[in-house]
Design a protein around this ligand. Structure first.
Ligand code: SF4
Length: 259
């Protein structure tokens, strides 16, 4: 079933695959890796496959779940769905045919809005022309620091109707970021016991770039020991803007939609 989530920019999570391997600095404190270990210990069915100890861990081996493909058809009300909060749909070991199956479900449930986020932008770019892109699929890449900026160029080549960036956990300045072709930017700091520091200068630079380009900006959190530790005010207010091209159903908090 879909899980309600505390992630501010979505409503529910749906995991047709679980498990992953760390690929870049943004993965160093992966919450999903830690959570999978707990879920395995609790006996959760989807988290019994162990991953490589160097890049993954207990319960976090990449696993596809064909049985999860039916779930969105049963949700009675329209949802904003974060696809694979516990995995990466464009991981090399997710068969392309399974990615196609996921896209088919998305296409056949247009009442929902789906947010797919990847760090595997190279594979995304290479297979994008082999997929049919439903209008209700928002495609995003994670950009945690300067080294990850190449993912933005990969995303631009993808024919998704809505393209977004998740600059979280933001680990350094993104001064060379260009927003052409993008529809939404999320930024946020890291949370957890080993959280790394964020600078307000880095966040303001991204926010100002978005404002100058009329691109909606969503500030998720400053981070700290817990997600809420530092709050989410920037210059005395929250930043909850969303893309306008596809209207999300009813995110639980009031949000500003930039037309
Ligand atoms: S890509 Fe995402 S899910 Fe996979 S290890 Fe990195 S942070 Fe975790």
């Amino acid at each position: 079933m879909a899980r309600r989530t505390a992630i501010e920019w979505t409503e529910v999570t749906w995991n047709p695959t679980t498990g992953c391997d760390q690929v870049s600095a943004g993965c160093d404190n992966c919450y999903a890796l830690t959570l999978a270990k707990r879920l395995k210990a609790m006996g959760a069915e989807k988290y019994q496959n162990d991953g490589d100890t160097r890049t993954s861990g207990p319960g976090f081996g990449l696993t596809v779940h064909p049985s999860a493909l039916r779930q969105p058809y049963s949700w009675r009300t329209p949802q904003v769905v974060f696809v694979n909060s516990m995995s990466d749909l464009f991981h090399a070991r997710v068969p392309l045919d399974f990615v196609r199956e996921v896209f088919k479900v998305i296409s056949e449930t247009p009442q929902h809005t789906y947010q797919v986020l990847t760090k595997r932008s190279s594979r995304l770019r290479k297979v994008a022309h082999l997929l049919e892109w439903p209008a209700n699929l928002w495609m995003g890449v994670s950009v945690e620091n300067h080294d990850a900026l190449y993912r933005v160029d990969d995303l631009r080549k993808v024919p998704a109707q809505v393209k977004f960036l998740s600059c979280e956990p933001l680990l350094g300045p993104l001064s060379d970021l260009k927003l052409a072709g993008l529809d939404w930017v999320i930024a946020g700091g890291e949370s957890g016991p080993a959280h790394r520091p964020i600078s307000s200068d880095w966040v303001c630079e991204i926010r100002d770039l978005c404002q100058g380009s009329q691109i909606p900006f969503f500030f998720k959190q400053w981070g700290g020991r817990t997600p809420k530790a530092g709050g989410r005010l920037l210059d005395g207010r929250t930043w909850d803007e969303l893309p306008a091209r596809t209207q999300p159903s009813d995110l639980t908090k009031p949000h500003v939609v930039i037309a």
